[in-house]
Design a protein around this ligand. Structure first.
Ligand code: SF4
Length: 320
């Protein structure tokens, strides 16, 4: 048995390839993973695309290079498959900002509401929801409901407020947030803009309102990637987790992509520490030993699958 610590990167990738073939496994990676993981993944995408891949894969094992709620979503959509997350500690500050007991009390205050929650939630929160959404489809999900529907939206306050501003709906928004997207320094963005004539600011909707206001384009990671491919500028200030820069640079090697320093200079960079807990070595071990596996109660899977499937149906209808 090979010890991953004794293997160089090429050997490690080779071993991963042998194991994935032997075990009919697929490696799904989020855009926020490191470049070496994105490069070996069978599929790289945002939360929506990863959910869609998880739902249709023919593999027996899904290795999820992302954070725990994403692996849970894959398990909910493919309960018959073995879903493995290489590090179970890869959590999410946004999902953690919405606890089941608190959210139950919150929604009980607004009887008759339709509850839409971002996919960045635990399975238990999904089970309390009517429809899931991602940053790619949140607007279409909200607009698919009659205008007089009272909507509760959670857990991201920035995405919720942004969707309110786009749709003119007055959704009741849960007060949660992502620590990565709230770290971008407005002053640093303005300075980068001043120092780089013609640079465009592109931002994820989980960013705070002042950043969204000065952004030239706002969208999910997939939307941002599509934008830089189609837009004719040659420099971008990218307000989302810097893992996405790997695909941006591959798609447009001649363009310049600038990352933004955090407000808190002691925290060094704007990487998602949870996403970066996954490594090639951990992927190798998880394939080899087929753990840690995501195990969910059957009843929870049944209840949590309803809002996700509703989201996927609406997305398919709108071809998102
Ligand atoms: S970037 Fe934010 S929302 Fe995404 S996984 Fe990390 S903490 Fe969660």
């Amino acid at each position: 048995m090979s010890d991953p610590e004794n293997l160089n990167k090429n050997e490690l990738v080779n071993e991963i390839n042998i194991l994935r073939k032997e075990k009919n496994a697929v490696i799904l990676s989020h855009f926020y993973q490191t470049a070496d993981i994105q490069d070996i993944a069978d599929f790289v995408g945002d939360s929506l695309a990863l959910s869609q891949q998880a739902a249709k894969t023919k593999a027996d094992i899904i290795i999820f290079a992302g954070v725990y709620f994403m692996a849970e979503t894959a398990k909910i959509l493919s309960p018959e498959k073995k879903v493995i997350i290489p590090d179970k500690g890869a959590g999410c500050s946004l999902a953690d900002s919405c606890k089941k007991e608190d959210f139950e009390k919150f929604i009980a205050q607004y009887p008759g509401s339709t509850v839409i929650t971002y996919v960045n939630t635990t399975a238990e929160i999904k089970a309390l929801s009517d429809i899931s959404c991602t940053s790619s489809n949140a607007r279409q999900i909200v607009e698919s409901l009659p205008v007089d529907t009272q909507i509760i939206f959670g857990p991201d306050r920035n995405l919720g407020n942004y969707i309110n501003s786009l749709t003119g709906r007055n959704m009741i928004v849960w007060n949660g947030s992502c620590h990565v997207h709230e770290q971008f320094s407005l002053e640093a963005i303005v300075k980068l803009k001043n120092d780089n004539s013609g640079a465009k600011i592109i931002a994820h909707p989980e960013c705070e309102m002042p950043v969204r206001i000065i952004a030239d384009f706002i969208g999910s990671t997939s939307d941002l990637l599509r934008f830089i491919k189609e837009d004719n500028s040659n420099c971008y200030i990218v307000a989302t987790e810097p893992g996405i820069l790997h695909k941006m640079k591959l798609a447009k090697p001649d363009k310049i992509f600038l990352t933004i320093p955090p407000k808190d200079s002691t925290c060094g960079c704007n990487e998602c520490n949870f996403m970066k807990m996954i490594t090639l070595e951990k992927i190798y071990n998880s394939l080899k030993f087929e753990k840690p596996e995501v195990i969910l109660d059957q009843d929870l899977i049944k209840r949590a699958s309803i809002p996700i499937k509703r989201m996927l149906d609406i997305s398919q209808k709108h071809r998102l």
